[in-house]
Structure formats: C-alpha cells, structure tokens
Design a protein around this ligand. Structure first.
Ligand code: CP3
Length: 360
C-alpha cells in the first residue's frame, strides 16, 4: 500500500522528518459548519447521520473541502460501541447522549459481551470503506474509539454527568464489577478498532475524555491499564505500513510520563499543559498532539495567529526532533466557532511551522 499523497500527519506521528507541522481538529466535522447542519437535518438526527455510511462520508469530507487539513477523521461517535452492546443509545435535543438501559444491575454486568464489529457496527466499517474511496489517497483517515473508562462513564451513569457519582461509587464499592465492565469493553474496543484498521483506517485515536477526573490512585487501575491492553492488542502494521496510535486523556497532564510509556505512538494533550514542557517530560519516545485552547477560536484571526504561534514556539524551543508534533485543539471544536476563524488557524500553523522547520 502506498502512503497518501499528503502523508505529513503520518510522518509526524512516526517521528519521521516533515516540512511543516500537520494539523487536524477534534470534531472538525460538526455543528459550527452550516453544511454539516444541513446534512444532519436531511439525515433526520445525529444518530441517523452516524448510521448512514454515505452521509457519514459526506460530512467527514466537509471540513477538508473548506480547509487545508492534513487528516480526515471518521465521522461517528464513541457511544456506538455501548449501543452495539445493547444499551440503547439515543440523543435528546440540547441534553446530549442517553442510554435506555444503563448498567446498574449485577446480572446485566455479568451478561455483558463484546459485540462483533462486522455485524453490529457494520455501518461504521462501511463508512470507513466509503470514506477511503472518496479520499482517494489524498490525506490519511483516522479511526477512533472511546477509552473503556470513558465509555463506562456513559454506560453506568446513563448520560453525561456532572459528578460521576454512580461510576465512582462502583469503583470504590464494587471494583470487581467495574473491572468486569472495563474488561469486556476493552475486548470490544480492540475488535472495533482493528475492524476499522482492516477496513482502511490509517491511524487510530483513543479518546479518554473523562479519565482526568479519576484520582491519582484510580487512574492507572481503572483507565490507563485498559488503554495499555488496547494498544497491545491493536494491529500494528497493515500492507507494510505502520498504523500509529494516539492516546488522549483529557486532564491527564499530571500523568504524562505514565501515558507515554504504554506503547502508543503519540500522546494527545489538552490546553492546560505547556507543550514544550510536555516534550521535555516525555523525552523523545512519542509524538505529541495538541494543544490550543478551543476557545482561542472565538478571538480575532490576528489573536488566533498569535496564540497558535505560541504553541509552535513552545514546542520548537525544546529542540530535539522538531517533526513529531501534530497540531490540534486541546479538545473538540465548539459549535459556536466562526468557520472563517479556522482558516486563520490552519494557515498560520502551516506557514509559521515551515519557517521553524527550516531553522533547525
Ligand atoms: O472529531 C470528529 O470530527 C469525529 C467525530 C466525533 C464525534 N464525537 C461527533 C459528534 C468524535 C471523535 C466524537 C467523540 C466523542 N463523542 C467523545 C470523545 C471526545 C470528546 O469530545 O471528549 C465523547 C465524550 C462523545 C460523546 C458525545 N457525542 C457527546 C457528549 C455528545 C454531545 C455533545 C454536544 O456537543 O452536544 C455527542 C454528540 C456529537 N458527536 C456531535 C458530534 C458532531 C454533536 C451532535 C449533533 O450534531 O447534534
């Protein structure tokens, strides 16, 4: 298999030389784009959009048509996995995701099994194949999954939560049940990501959005350990090309060294940590992805350029190999972002990083 024509993103993840810093944005296909809102309306709902491979492909490509992004990310959601496990996912307007059958009873937890991704998540694999065909080797396609702990948060709470009362009670009161949920979900995630790789995903990312809310003692036991198992279980190479993995724990800055040591190729950073300091702390063992505060995109294009340069400068000042940074936001792009502000960000990252790369 040949690499995409623009393989800058893959090169950065694999710590190979690049001419500039590649950029993509978490949630790059989303409600800030009017064309996304239009397709979503046609689909009927967010979930119907996810479950329709042709429409999922259409929205995956929308941000790439507008901006000079260096990667595409599969349009889907992390919660399709617990949905396939039979929990009954639905979205209520303005309230986010909910499950009809959250995991509350011991018998339901004992009954939990990992779904066959080619059967119960067939629509995702069909989407991956369709997106790869449409991309026609222009840029790489990123596949993804939620981390077992982050998925378990929704599975146990039944919805987004402000205090994680139910899942934390289970951690402290019935760690055996918690570990059972996490072990089954880990098997499900490994099979799910590997199916995406078999279908054409060229890099993969694990979103641990809520792991940062765990205590220092609980994080390695209930989140990191399972992500390590996932990374160990992933297909490493397909058709002679390495499939790099990115692990992102939002709020995980305190535990960077531990995260960088689980065998992943790259670590995603939120905006609360200085990226140069992060590079110094993890040394040269992984690539780094991040980490502009998504709220910077509410400021003027001039300010956005300034803030993006701060991130690039901080990374660059740490010296070492300058080619192992993937620019991104520290979390998903807000639905209230003015679309034209993203143009300013992408252009600044490309233009300014070219100058920095020449100066090494
Ligand atoms: O990055 C991308 O463009 C790929 C698509 C993607 C979505 N969700 C689309 C989406 C990805 C990678 C996700 C991951 C996801 N989903 C996470 C992990 C990343 C994170 O943000 O921390 C989480 C926790 C979820 C669960 C989820 N899905 C929530 C809490 C919500 C509601 C949030 C909101 O903004 O309303 C969703 C819905 C969702 N997933 C939307 C999109 C574009 C908005 C839904 C809509 O169109 O109405």
């Amino acid at each position: 298999m040949t690499r995409p024509r623009n393989d800058t993103f893959l090169r950065a993840l694999l710590r190979e030389p690049t001419e500039y810093t590649p950029i993509w944005l978490m949630r790059q296909a989303g409600r800030y784009l009017p064309e996304y809102c239009e397709t979503r309306k046609r689909a009927g709902s967010f979930l119907q959009l996810c479950k329709n491979p042709a429409m999922a492909c259409e929205v995956t490509l929308q941000p790439l048509a507008r901006y000079d992004l260096d990667a595409a990310i599969l349009f889907s959601d992390i919660l399709t996995v617990p949905d396939a496990m039979g929990l009954g996912l639905y979205f209520t307007e303005g309230e986010g995701p909910r499950f009809e059958r959250p995991l509350r009873e011991e018998w339901a937890i004992r009954d939990l099994t990992a779904p066959d991704p080619y059967e119960h998540l067939r629509y995702v694999m069909d989407g991956v194949c369709e997106i790869r065909r449409a991309l026609d080797n222009s840029v790489p396609l990123i596949g993804f999954s939620g981390s077992p702990y982050t998925l378990a948060c929704y599975m146990v709470e039944g919805a987004s939560s402000s205090d994680y009362r139910r899942i934390k009670t289970m951690i402290y009161e019935r760690p055996d049940l918690m570990h059972r949920i996490l072990a089954v979900t880990t098997d499900a995630v490994i099979a799910y990501i590997n199916a995406q790789i078999e279908s054409g995903a060229q890099a993969v990312m694990i979103f641990d959005s809520w792991g940062g809310g765990l205590s220092a003692a609980a994080y390695p036991e209930f989140s990191l350990q399972y992500m390590q198992r996932i990374v160990a279980g992933l297909i490493k190479e397909k058709d002679g090309e390495r499939i790099p993995s990115i692990v992102f724990t939002k709020g995980g800055g305190l535990w960077l060294e531990a995260i960088a040591a689980i065998g992943c190729d790259a670590v995603g950073l939120d905006w609360t940590i200085d990226i140069g300091e992060a590079r110094r702390r993890v040394g040269e063992q992984v690539a780094l992805q991040g980490n502009l505060d998504p709220c910077v995109l509410f400021a003027s294009p001039e300010r956005i350029a300034l803030e993006a340069k701060k991130v690039l400068d901080s990374y660059h000042r740490q010296g070492g190999s300058d080619s192992s940074h993937v620019f991104n936001l520290g979390h998903g792009i807000s639905q209230f972002t003015p679309p034209e502000h993203v143009t300013a960000l992408v252009e600044t990252v490309h233009d300014y990083s070219k100058i920095l790369h020449k100066s090494i």
